[in-house]
Design a protein around this ligand. Structure first.
Ligand SMILES: [Zn+2]
Length: 154
């Protein structure tokens, strides 16, 4: 763990905020980005940017991302589910996966959705959605060839 890495610190977050965790990847809601339907998918190890991932992480990232996007879409009924990566302010590799519901007006779609972060943040509502997303993820992972998350129910 790097000193003062906020993404590494998610390792000690409460399990109730977590969709899944396996040996290499974990997904959870993150305070400050706790809009219902928004999740960080992060490398468990402190690896910086996509260029810092090792071969095992590179080989498994696509499947984890696909399974999580599918699970979020299923659980939320979102019209669209985005996957965003910046890696500048927080270089520890992670992507932000965001459900975009039908209620979001056209001018707030795409990258504009991020501007609604503060207005839409609701930690308790985000936590309440976790069991449905976790169940959808585990169901998807069981049929997609992804090894089942080893710590999903810790
Ligand atoms: Zn880190």
């Amino acid at each position: 763990m790097a000193d003062t890495c906020l993404i590494c610190e998610l390792e000690s977050a409460d399990a109730s905020t977590q969709v899944f965790a396996d040996d290499l990847w974990a997904a959870s809601i993150v305070p400050g980005y706790d809009v219902p339907g928004w999740y960080f998918l992060r490398a468990r190890r402190h690896a910086e940017k996509i260029t810092g991932l090792n071969d095992d992480e590179l080989a498994t990232f696509g499947r984890r991302a696909q399974d999580l996007v599918a699970a979020v879409t299923t659980a939320t009924g979102a019209e669209a589910t985005y996957m965003l990566m910046f890696g500048e302010a927080f270089p520890h590799f992670h992507v932000l996966i965001t459900a975009r519901g039908a209620e979001i007006p056209p001018q707030s779609r795409g990258g504009e959705l991020l501007k609604l972060r503060a207005e839409k943040a609701d930690f308790e509502a985000s936590k309440a959605l976790i069991p449905a997303v976790r169940a959808a993820y585990l169901q998807r992972a069981a049929t997609s060839g992804t090894p089942l998350a080893t710590e999903a129910t810790r």
